[in-house]
Design a protein around this ligand. Structure first.
Ligand SMILES: Nc1nc2c(ncn2[C@@H]2O[C@H](COP(=O)(O)OP(=O)(O)OP(=O)(O)O)[C@@H](O)[C@H]2O)c(=O)[nH]1
Length: 385
């Protein structure tokens, strides 16, 4: 799956930077990238995205200092300079890409306001699907972040083919503050995106995928313009022993074929029922996609088929696609489960409620401020001008 990935704002840029690092380590160079921001320092802080792929917007308005959590300003700046970004995309070429992937934090200003504007233009101009990875603010970040995220989400859903959500609140690591958790959360997001990017990618020389998932199957899973959540689980692989112990283990492995298939099925189940990028009711998913990646001798077709049947029973719809990706560049077997177009997502509902409250409070405060300022100057004095 060849993505043209665009990170907007600080969170978007940092997640994309990690994604680029990860792909480099894998020796893959299929990812095309752009980091877009209104804050110069955020762009300078990136380590892996090439300098030529970093675009500073809004220089005349905010002078490289960011939009200060004002997502209406973020949207305005993007609207004014979207041509620059579209030209940059055009220069890099889109003929080989399978989809656009916009990554942004939805609680701030630049990403929250800019991502929907960019999604609108990309969806109008290109036939490739446009996906967004939207990071939701944690509750502790306050009502302004909730209002921003709610507004951004509702706008994004008008234009994207799918919105993959990640809830910072659900992912805060124990013993760490939210800020301290960012690095780890970003790693978790990238692990999932990296497996998704393997779909349809040619396998390493000498390896054959038993059940290949093509990029068109990812596209068919994600179509429809809904919200998706991703589950992920890994299993560490025991090192191979040589000598007599190795021989005995090899014999045991042959007997344990059934166990292998059970392991894969259990791993997929763990991914679907464990921590999702955004907690949701699995039974409300319209479709699902399972991807298992790992060394070929640890992959198992029967296990995958078993997992697929199980998942069909769990979700609301009947479409479950499943496949594997053999690779020797890992000491783990990883299972990815994409729950597509989920409709029972409590955090999204809660964000709407908090946003409505915040909107009401802002309006009341503004009315009171106007009335009280008028009262403050109610003596009959003429202004100078
Ligand atoms: N997961 C994750 N979330 C982040 C990270 N950095 C910021 N956030 C979240 O993203 C939201 C703020 O968005 P930012 O990306 O920092 O803001 P921005 O889009 O650059 O907009 P401005 O700073 O207002 O110009 C908050 O909800 C943060 O919790 C990160 O590295 N990882």
């Amino acid at each position: 799956m060849k993505f043209f990935a665009i990170g907007v704002g600080q969170a978007g840029g940092k997640i994309l930077d990690k994604f680029v690092e990860n792909e480099k380590l894998r020796g893959s160079n299929t990812l095309r990238t752009l980091a877009v921001n209104t804050a110069r320092t955020d762009l300078m802080g990136l380590k892996h995205i090439p300098m030529k792929d970093r675009i500073l917007i809004g220089q005349t308005t905010v002078k490289g200092h960011g939009v200060g959590t004002d997502n209406k300003l973020g949207a305005k700046v993007m609207q004014e300079e979207v041509e620059t970004i579209l030209n940059a995309i055009d220069e890099r070429g889109t003929h080989e890409i399978d989809a656009f992937l916009i990554i942004a934090g939805l609680g701030g200003g630049t990403g929250s306001g800019g991502a929907p504007v960019l999604a609108k233009y990309l969806s109008e101009m290109y036939s490739e699907p446009v996906y967004a990875v939207g990071v939701l603010p944690a509750q502790e970040e306050g009502k302004l972040y909730s209002l921003n995220a709610a507004r951004s989400m509702i706008t994004l859903l008008k234009y994207v083919d799918n919105l993959i959500l990640v809830d910072n609140g659900a992912w805060k690591f124990e013993g760490l503050s939210l800020r301290e958790s960012f690095e780890k959360i970003n790693e978790e997001i990238v692990k999932r995106l990296a497996v998704l990017a393997r779909a349809g990618e040619p396998v390493e020389e000498g390896l054959v995928g038993e059940m290949v998932v093509d990029s068109s199957e990812v596209i068919n899973t994600l179509k429809g313009g809904g919200i998706s959540s991703i589950g992920y689980a890994t299993l560490a692989i025991e090192e191979k022993k040589s000598g007599l112990l190795g021989f005995l283990r090899k014999k045991k492995e042959i007997v344990d074929e059934g166990e292998k298939s059970m392991k894969i099925a259990t791993l997929v189940r763990k991914a679907a029922l464990g921590r999702l990028t955004i907690p949701c009711n699995i039974r409300s998913a319209e479709r699902a996609l399972v991807l298992v990646a790992g060394p070929p001798e640890h992959l198992d077709r029967k296990g995958l088929e078993k997992a697929k049947l199980w998942l069909e029973e769990q979700i609301a719809g009947v479409e479950v696609r499943a496949g594997d990706y053999p690779t020797r560049r890992t000491k783990h077997v990883a299972a990815l489960v994409v729950l597509a177009n989920v409709t029972d997502v409590p955090r999204v509902k809660e964000l709407q409620r908090l946003a409505a409250e915040a909107k009401e409070e802002v309006e009341v405060a503004e009315r009171e401020r106007i009335e009280k300022t008028i009262e403050l100057f109610d003596e009959d004095i003429e202004p100078l001008l």
